[in-house]
Design a protein around this ligand. Structure first.
Ligand SMILES: NC(=O)c1ccc[n+]([C@@H]2O[C@H](COP(=O)([O-])OP(=O)(O)OC[C@H]3O[C@@H](n4cnc5c(N)ncnc54)[C@H](OP(=O)(O)O)[C@@H]3O)[C@@H](O)[C@H]2O)c1
Length: 337
Protein backbone atom coordinates (compact mmCIF):
# COMPACT_ATOMS: atom_id res chain seq x y z
CA UNK A 1 0.00 0.00 0.00
CA UNK A 2 1.44 3.41 -0.89
CA UNK A 3 1.99 5.67 2.08
CA UNK A 4 0.91 9.32 2.13
CA UNK A 5 2.00 12.24 4.26
CA UNK A 6 -1.61 12.99 5.17
CA UNK A 7 -1.84 9.68 7.06
CA UNK A 8 1.33 10.15 9.12
CA UNK A 9 1.30 11.00 12.84
CA UNK A 10 1.38 14.61 14.00
CA UNK A 11 4.87 16.09 13.76
CA UNK A 12 5.70 14.29 10.49
CA UNK A 13 7.80 16.75 8.47
CA UNK A 14 7.74 15.00 5.06
CA UNK A 15 11.42 15.76 4.54
CA UNK A 16 14.66 13.86 5.16
CA UNK A 17 16.32 16.20 7.63
CA UNK A 18 18.55 13.86 9.63
CA UNK A 19 21.07 11.82 7.64
CA UNK A 20 23.70 9.53 9.17
CA UNK A 21 26.71 8.40 7.19
CA UNK A 22 29.60 5.98 7.54
CA UNK A 23 32.62 7.11 5.54
CA UNK A 24 32.05 10.87 5.76
CA UNK A 25 35.77 11.41 5.23
CA UNK A 26 36.09 8.74 2.53
CA UNK A 27 36.37 8.76 -1.25
CA UNK A 28 32.69 8.98 -2.13
CA UNK A 29 31.28 9.74 1.32
CA UNK A 30 33.01 13.12 1.42
CA UNK A 31 31.13 14.06 -1.77
CA UNK A 32 27.80 13.03 -0.23
CA UNK A 33 28.50 15.18 2.80
CA UNK A 34 29.59 18.20 0.75
CA UNK A 35 26.47 18.06 -1.43
CA UNK A 36 24.08 17.40 1.47
CA UNK A 37 25.44 20.25 3.60
CA UNK A 38 25.32 22.64 0.65
CA UNK A 39 21.53 22.36 0.54
CA UNK A 40 21.17 23.61 4.12
CA UNK A 41 18.29 21.13 4.44
CA UNK A 42 20.09 18.25 6.14
CA UNK A 43 21.75 17.66 9.48
CA UNK A 44 24.54 15.15 8.80
CA UNK A 45 25.95 12.85 11.47
CA UNK A 46 29.20 11.01 10.71
CA UNK A 47 29.56 7.61 12.34
CA UNK A 48 33.30 7.21 12.59
CA UNK A 49 35.55 4.69 14.34
CA UNK A 50 36.69 6.21 17.59
CA UNK A 51 40.35 5.69 16.58
CA UNK A 52 39.86 6.82 12.96
CA UNK A 53 42.60 8.95 11.46
CA UNK A 54 40.32 10.18 8.65
CA UNK A 55 39.65 13.90 8.52
CA UNK A 56 35.93 14.56 8.73
CA UNK A 57 34.40 17.43 6.76
CA UNK A 58 33.51 20.60 8.63
CA UNK A 59 29.84 20.96 9.45
CA UNK A 60 29.11 17.31 10.28
CA UNK A 61 28.20 16.12 13.74
CA UNK A 62 30.59 13.37 14.79
CA UNK A 63 29.41 10.20 16.51
CA UNK A 64 32.42 8.06 17.48
CA UNK A 65 31.54 4.35 17.27
CA UNK A 66 33.11 1.04 18.19
CA UNK A 67 32.23 -1.88 15.92
CA UNK A 68 32.74 -4.24 18.89
CA UNK A 69 30.21 -2.35 20.99
CA UNK A 70 26.82 -2.34 19.22
CA UNK A 71 25.30 0.10 21.71
CA UNK A 72 27.60 2.86 20.39
CA UNK A 73 26.23 2.36 16.86
CA UNK A 74 22.59 2.11 18.00
CA UNK A 75 22.95 5.31 20.03
CA UNK A 76 24.50 7.15 17.07
CA UNK A 77 21.64 6.04 14.80
CA UNK A 78 18.71 6.82 17.12
CA UNK A 79 16.42 9.41 15.51
CA UNK A 80 18.15 9.27 12.11
CA UNK A 81 15.83 9.16 9.09
CA UNK A 82 18.29 7.95 6.46
CA UNK A 83 21.54 6.02 6.82
CA UNK A 84 24.19 6.07 4.08
CA UNK A 85 26.89 3.40 4.25
CA UNK A 86 30.09 4.05 2.29
CA UNK A 87 32.45 1.53 3.76
CA UNK A 88 36.00 0.78 2.71
CA UNK A 89 36.44 -2.54 0.87
CA UNK A 90 39.24 -3.20 3.39
CA UNK A 91 36.77 -3.25 6.32
CA UNK A 92 36.20 -6.68 7.90
CA UNK A 93 33.47 -8.70 6.13
CA UNK A 94 30.90 -8.48 8.93
CA UNK A 95 31.11 -4.68 9.32
CA UNK A 96 28.19 -3.92 6.98
CA UNK A 97 25.93 -6.34 8.78
CA UNK A 98 26.85 -4.85 12.16
CA UNK A 99 25.73 -1.45 10.89
CA UNK A 100 22.49 -2.75 9.41
CA UNK A 101 21.58 -4.68 12.57
CA UNK A 102 22.23 -1.63 14.71
CA UNK A 103 20.13 0.52 12.35
CA UNK A 104 17.20 -1.87 12.77
CA UNK A 105 17.50 -1.65 16.56
CA UNK A 106 17.67 2.15 16.36
CA UNK A 107 14.53 2.30 14.20
CA UNK A 108 16.12 3.81 11.07
CA UNK A 109 13.65 3.27 8.20
CA UNK A 110 15.89 3.67 5.13
CA UNK A 111 19.46 2.60 4.30
CA UNK A 112 21.73 3.22 1.33
CA UNK A 113 23.93 0.11 1.37
CA UNK A 114 27.53 -0.12 0.22
CA UNK A 115 27.64 -0.80 -3.51
CA UNK A 116 28.09 2.28 -5.77
CA UNK A 117 28.75 0.17 -8.85
CA UNK A 118 27.10 -0.80 -12.14
CA UNK A 119 23.54 -1.89 -12.84
CA UNK A 120 22.20 -4.27 -10.18
CA UNK A 121 20.08 -5.80 -12.93
CA UNK A 122 23.16 -6.91 -14.92
CA UNK A 123 23.23 -10.11 -12.88
CA UNK A 124 25.81 -12.09 -14.89
CA UNK A 125 28.25 -9.19 -14.85
CA UNK A 126 27.65 -8.79 -11.11
CA UNK A 127 28.40 -12.45 -10.49
CA UNK A 128 31.54 -12.48 -12.60
CA UNK A 129 32.99 -9.47 -10.78
CA UNK A 130 31.88 -11.09 -7.47
CA UNK A 131 30.34 -7.87 -6.14
CA UNK A 132 26.76 -8.53 -7.28
CA UNK A 133 25.91 -11.29 -4.80
CA UNK A 134 27.53 -9.37 -1.93
CA UNK A 135 25.44 -6.27 -2.66
CA UNK A 136 22.32 -8.41 -3.07
CA UNK A 137 22.95 -9.93 0.37
CA UNK A 138 23.25 -6.41 1.85
CA UNK A 139 19.89 -5.42 0.35
CA UNK A 140 18.25 -8.68 1.46
CA UNK A 141 19.39 -8.20 5.05
CA UNK A 142 17.96 -4.66 5.13
CA UNK A 143 14.55 -5.94 3.97
CA UNK A 144 14.68 -8.97 6.29
CA UNK A 145 15.12 -6.61 9.25
CA UNK A 146 12.07 -4.57 8.21
CA UNK A 147 13.83 -1.60 6.61
CA UNK A 148 13.98 -0.37 3.01
CA UNK A 149 16.99 0.41 0.84
CA UNK A 150 17.92 2.80 -1.94
CA UNK A 151 21.05 1.78 -3.81
CA UNK A 152 23.12 3.75 -6.32
CA UNK A 153 24.00 2.46 -9.80
CA UNK A 154 26.63 4.87 -11.07
CA UNK A 155 29.15 2.71 -12.93
CA UNK A 156 32.81 3.37 -12.33
CA UNK A 157 33.78 6.65 -10.71
CA UNK A 158 35.39 8.39 -13.68
CA UNK A 159 37.94 10.64 -11.92
CA UNK A 160 38.95 7.96 -9.39
CA UNK A 161 39.25 5.24 -12.04
CA UNK A 162 41.38 7.43 -14.29
CA UNK A 163 43.71 8.27 -11.40
CA UNK A 164 43.74 4.82 -9.83
CA UNK A 165 46.51 3.17 -11.84
CA UNK A 166 46.91 0.77 -14.74
CA UNK A 167 44.56 -1.85 -13.28
CA UNK A 168 41.61 0.53 -13.59
CA UNK A 169 41.25 2.62 -16.77
CA UNK A 170 44.68 1.46 -17.96
CA UNK A 171 46.56 4.73 -17.31
CA UNK A 172 49.88 4.98 -15.49
CA UNK A 173 50.54 8.71 -15.33
CA UNK A 174 54.02 8.37 -13.78
CA UNK A 175 55.20 6.16 -16.64
CA UNK A 176 52.95 7.88 -19.21
CA UNK A 177 51.77 4.47 -20.32
CA UNK A 178 48.34 3.19 -21.25
CA UNK A 179 46.98 -0.32 -21.61
CA UNK A 180 44.06 -0.34 -24.02
CA UNK A 181 41.59 -3.16 -23.54
CA UNK A 182 40.78 -4.92 -26.85
CA UNK A 183 40.44 -2.14 -29.44
CA UNK A 184 39.56 0.53 -26.85
CA UNK A 185 36.14 1.14 -28.39
CA UNK A 186 33.91 -0.47 -25.72
CA UNK A 187 31.93 2.13 -23.82
CA UNK A 188 31.04 2.19 -20.12
CA UNK A 189 28.67 4.59 -18.40
CA UNK A 190 30.63 6.30 -15.65
CA UNK A 191 30.02 8.98 -13.02
CA UNK A 192 32.24 11.55 -11.39
CA UNK A 193 32.41 11.38 -7.62
CA UNK A 194 30.77 14.80 -7.37
CA UNK A 195 27.92 13.73 -9.67
CA UNK A 196 27.19 10.74 -7.40
CA UNK A 197 27.06 13.12 -4.44
CA UNK A 198 24.70 15.46 -6.25
CA UNK A 199 22.38 12.66 -7.42
CA UNK A 200 21.91 11.23 -3.95
CA UNK A 201 21.43 14.70 -2.50
CA UNK A 202 18.74 15.49 -5.08
CA UNK A 203 16.81 12.38 -4.05
CA UNK A 204 17.19 13.04 -0.32
CA UNK A 205 16.02 16.64 -0.81
CA UNK A 206 12.65 15.55 -2.23
CA UNK A 207 9.51 15.16 -0.17
CA UNK A 208 9.66 11.84 1.66
CA UNK A 209 6.09 10.79 0.69
CA UNK A 210 3.38 12.12 -1.65
CA UNK A 211 0.97 14.36 0.25
CA UNK A 212 -2.02 12.26 -0.84
CA UNK A 213 -3.23 10.05 -3.72
CA UNK A 214 -3.43 13.08 -6.06
CA UNK A 215 0.14 14.22 -5.45
CA UNK A 216 2.26 13.18 -8.45
CA UNK A 217 5.44 15.02 -7.47
CA UNK A 218 8.72 13.15 -7.16
CA UNK A 219 9.31 11.73 -3.69
CA UNK A 220 12.03 9.75 -1.92
CA UNK A 221 9.52 6.92 -1.58
CA UNK A 222 9.59 6.37 -5.38
CA UNK A 223 13.14 5.01 -5.00
CA UNK A 224 12.54 2.73 -2.01
CA UNK A 225 13.84 -0.79 -2.64
CA UNK A 226 15.10 0.53 -5.94
CA UNK A 227 18.17 2.09 -7.51
CA UNK A 228 19.12 5.67 -8.28
CA UNK A 229 20.69 5.41 -11.72
CA UNK A 230 23.19 8.12 -12.56
CA UNK A 231 25.83 8.84 -15.19
CA UNK A 232 28.25 11.55 -16.17
CA UNK A 233 29.54 10.16 -19.47
CA UNK A 234 29.33 7.13 -21.71
CA UNK A 235 32.92 6.73 -22.86
CA UNK A 236 35.50 4.31 -24.19
CA UNK A 237 39.24 4.24 -23.48
CA UNK A 238 40.13 5.84 -26.82
CA UNK A 239 37.92 8.83 -25.99
CA UNK A 240 39.38 9.03 -22.48
CA UNK A 241 42.89 9.00 -23.99
CA UNK A 242 42.00 11.90 -26.30
CA UNK A 243 40.72 13.85 -23.30
CA UNK A 244 43.87 13.04 -21.27
CA UNK A 245 46.09 14.29 -24.10
CA UNK A 246 44.09 17.54 -24.34
CA UNK A 247 44.18 18.11 -20.59
CA UNK A 248 47.87 17.24 -20.08
CA UNK A 249 49.06 18.96 -23.26
CA UNK A 250 50.65 15.72 -24.48
CA UNK A 251 50.42 13.83 -27.75
CA UNK A 252 50.75 10.22 -28.92
CA UNK A 253 54.56 10.33 -28.96
CA UNK A 254 54.59 11.05 -25.20
CA UNK A 255 52.71 7.84 -24.37
CA UNK A 256 53.59 4.15 -24.54
CA UNK A 257 50.42 2.35 -25.58
CA UNK A 258 49.93 -1.41 -25.45
CA UNK A 259 46.83 -3.50 -26.11
CA UNK A 260 45.53 -6.44 -24.11
CA UNK A 261 42.47 -8.64 -24.50
CA UNK A 262 39.86 -8.10 -21.77
CA UNK A 263 39.35 -11.87 -21.50
CA UNK A 264 43.04 -12.40 -20.74
CA UNK A 265 43.11 -9.56 -18.21
CA UNK A 266 40.02 -10.97 -16.52
CA UNK A 267 41.57 -14.45 -16.26
CA UNK A 268 44.91 -13.07 -15.02
CA UNK A 269 43.15 -10.96 -12.38
CA UNK A 270 41.03 -13.89 -11.28
CA UNK A 271 44.11 -16.15 -10.96
CA UNK A 272 45.75 -13.58 -8.67
CA UNK A 273 42.62 -13.25 -6.50
CA UNK A 274 42.41 -17.04 -6.19
CA UNK A 275 45.90 -17.04 -4.66
CA UNK A 276 44.78 -14.36 -2.20
CA UNK A 277 46.50 -11.54 -4.08
CA UNK A 278 43.83 -8.82 -4.13
CA UNK A 279 45.76 -6.65 -6.58
CA UNK A 280 44.14 -8.90 -9.16
CA UNK A 281 40.69 -7.72 -8.17
CA UNK A 282 40.72 -4.29 -9.83
CA UNK A 283 42.21 -5.91 -12.92
CA UNK A 284 39.43 -8.47 -13.26
CA UNK A 285 36.75 -5.95 -12.33
CA UNK A 286 37.63 -3.36 -14.95
CA UNK A 287 38.49 -5.91 -17.65
CA UNK A 288 35.12 -7.61 -17.23
CA UNK A 289 33.21 -4.32 -17.30
CA UNK A 290 34.75 -3.58 -20.69
CA UNK A 291 33.72 -6.90 -22.31
CA UNK A 292 32.40 -5.75 -25.71
CA UNK A 293 29.31 -7.99 -25.57
CA UNK A 294 28.29 -7.23 -21.95
CA UNK A 295 29.81 -3.93 -20.91
CA UNK A 296 28.83 -1.95 -17.83
CA UNK A 297 26.40 0.60 -19.25
CA UNK A 298 23.30 1.70 -17.39
CA UNK A 299 23.00 5.03 -19.18
CA UNK A 300 19.59 4.14 -20.67
CA UNK A 301 18.16 4.04 -17.13
CA UNK A 302 19.88 7.19 -15.85
CA UNK A 303 17.71 9.48 -13.74
CA UNK A 304 19.80 12.55 -14.62
CA UNK A 305 16.97 14.42 -16.37
CA UNK A 306 14.39 13.42 -13.77
CA UNK A 307 16.63 14.77 -11.02
CA UNK A 308 17.69 17.87 -12.97
CA UNK A 309 21.40 17.00 -12.92
CA UNK A 310 23.51 19.24 -15.07
CA UNK A 311 25.70 18.11 -17.98
CA UNK A 312 29.40 17.84 -17.15
CA UNK A 313 32.51 18.46 -19.20
CA UNK A 314 34.64 15.38 -19.91
CA UNK A 315 37.86 17.40 -19.94
CA UNK A 316 37.06 19.05 -16.60
CA UNK A 317 36.44 15.62 -15.08
CA UNK A 318 39.67 14.34 -16.63
CA UNK A 319 41.52 17.25 -15.00
CA UNK A 320 40.03 16.28 -11.62
CA UNK A 321 41.26 12.71 -12.23
CA UNK A 322 44.77 13.83 -13.19
CA UNK A 323 44.88 15.96 -10.03
CA UNK A 324 43.82 12.94 -7.96
CA UNK A 325 46.74 10.66 -8.97
CA UNK A 326 49.09 11.60 -6.13
CA UNK A 327 46.28 11.55 -3.54
CA UNK A 328 45.37 7.96 -4.43
CA UNK A 329 49.03 6.91 -4.50
CA UNK A 330 49.13 7.91 -0.81
CA UNK A 331 46.48 5.23 -0.10
CA UNK A 332 48.27 2.04 -1.29
CA UNK A 333 46.35 -0.37 0.95
CA UNK A 334 42.97 0.99 -0.16
CA UNK A 335 43.95 1.05 -3.84
CA UNK A 336 45.24 -2.53 -3.78
CA UNK A 337 41.90 -3.88 -2.61
N1 LIG B 1 32.18 2.81 -8.68
C1 LIG B 1 33.48 2.83 -8.39
O1 LIG B 1 34.33 3.14 -9.26
C2 LIG B 1 33.95 2.47 -7.01
C3 LIG B 1 35.31 2.59 -6.71
C4 LIG B 1 35.72 2.27 -5.43
C5 LIG B 1 34.83 1.84 -4.48
N2 LIG B 1 33.51 1.71 -4.81
C6 LIG B 1 32.51 1.27 -3.80
O2 LIG B 1 32.33 2.31 -2.86
C7 LIG B 1 32.53 1.81 -1.52
C8 LIG B 1 33.14 2.92 -0.69
O3 LIG B 1 34.48 3.14 -1.16
P1 LIG B 1 35.33 4.40 -0.67
O4 LIG B 1 36.57 4.42 -1.51
O5 LIG B 1 34.47 5.59 -0.63
O6 LIG B 1 35.72 3.95 0.80
P2 LIG B 1 36.95 4.48 1.64
O7 LIG B 1 37.12 5.94 1.41
O8 LIG B 1 38.14 3.62 1.40
O9 LIG B 1 36.45 4.18 3.14
C9 LIG B 1 35.21 4.71 3.60
C10 LIG B 1 35.19 4.66 5.12
O10 LIG B 1 35.25 3.33 5.61
C11 LIG B 1 35.68 3.42 6.96
N3 LIG B 1 36.67 2.35 7.19
C12 LIG B 1 37.90 2.23 6.67
N4 LIG B 1 38.50 1.10 7.10
C13 LIG B 1 37.63 0.53 7.94
C14 LIG B 1 37.70 -0.65 8.73
N5 LIG B 1 38.77 -1.45 8.73
N6 LIG B 1 36.64 -0.94 9.49
C15 LIG B 1 35.55 -0.12 9.49
N7 LIG B 1 35.45 1.00 8.74
C16 LIG B 1 36.49 1.32 7.97
C17 LIG B 1 36.33 4.78 7.18
O11 LIG B 1 35.50 5.58 8.01
P3 LIG B 1 36.01 6.08 9.47
O12 LIG B 1 37.49 6.19 9.39
O13 LIG B 1 35.33 7.43 9.62
O14 LIG B 1 35.55 5.07 10.43
C18 LIG B 1 36.37 5.33 5.78
O15 LIG B 1 36.22 6.73 5.69
C19 LIG B 1 33.43 0.58 -1.71
O16 LIG B 1 33.35 -0.36 -0.69
C20 LIG B 1 32.92 0.03 -3.03
O17 LIG B 1 31.78 -0.73 -2.76
C21 LIG B 1 33.05 2.03 -6.05
Amino acid sequence: MPEYAKSQPAGFTNAIERVAIVGAGGTVGSHFVAALLKTGKHKVTALSRKDSSNTLPEGVLVAPIDYDDEATIVTALKGQQFFIITLSPTAPRDTHSKLVQAAAKAGVPYIMPNSYAGDIEQVKLGEEIMLGPVAQAYRDEINRLGMQWITVCCGFWYDYSLAGGEARFGFDFDKRSLTIYDDGNTKNSVSTLSQVGRAVTKVLSLKELPDDENDESLTVSAWLNNAVYVKSFVVNQNEIFESVKRVTGTSDIDWTVTHEATTKRYEDGLALVKTGNMTGFAKLLYARAFYPDDASDCSAKAHNKLLGLREESLDEATQVGVDMVKELQRRPERMAS
